[in-house]
Each structure stands twice: as C-alpha cells, then as structure tokens.
Design a protein around this ligand. Sequence first.
Ligand code: THU
Length: 137
Amino acid sequence: MTPLELVNLAIEAREHAYIPYSGFAVGAALLTKDGKVYQGCNIENSAFGPTNCAERTAFFTAVYKGERDFEAIAIVGGKGGEPISELCAPCGVCRQVMAEFCESDFKIYLSKGDGVVVTKTLAELLPLSFTKADLEH
Ligand code: THU
C-alpha cells in the first residue's frame, strides 16, 4: 500500500461524510501494520458536540475490530461536493486519539488530491504528548 493508494481510499471515504451543518467533508484511511485498511468519514450531529471526525471514525472502527497496531493514516478534507483544494490536518482531539494507539513514528499523510502527499509523523504533530506512560509515573 503506497501513501498515494491510502490517500485515494481516504478520498473514497470522504464521499460518505454526513455533514448537514458544516458542509465540510473529511475522509480518512487508516493502515494497520499488517496491511489492512479501515476507512472513516466525519459524522455530524445537531448538538454539534457529538460530531465525530473522520479520523476517529476510522480508529474506533478498527479498534472495535481488534486492531491495535497502526502504520499510517491518510486524511483529506474540504467543502463537500467540491474537489479538495487545501490540506486538512487532524484536529487536536484526533491527534490525542492517535497518541493512545500509535507510536511517535506513526505516519500521517495529507493531500489535496493532486497526487502530492505531505508526510508528517505523530511526534511532529503532537510533541510532548500526554500518554498512558504518564499514568505509570
Ligand atoms: N473534521 C474532521 O473530520 N477531522 C478533522 O481533523 C477536522 C475536522 C470535521 C468535523 C466537522 O464535521 C467538520 O470537519 C468541520 O469541523
């Protein structure tokens, strides 16, 4: 699975976004270390707070299925019904969820859907993070 293939699966997932309030459609594709992919989209709610980001939809689906070892996630987002025009970086809550299940070298692929993939690590996007290791001190 190449980064671009994972991005294409995120673009496909974005089509499933439930976005009656923001109109902003996000797709994610999460790759396990043994090569399986779990897709997710954002799912909004009239009370706003219960809205689930695409990344967390992908993570929670995978974790429910018993997955615990993750390699990378691709994320794309932009105005629903339109081509992607900007990179969509994960929100802080999703970065924290990644920190629960992933190592610092977990890869985050961002793309405008133009064939170019920007690669970041979790350590770059969430430095000095609070993790389960902190609870053991
Ligand atoms: N959103 C995501 O799905 N992932 C992110 O990392 C950023 C924000 C969603 C939540 C909401 O449905 C919409 O984008 C606008 O914030």
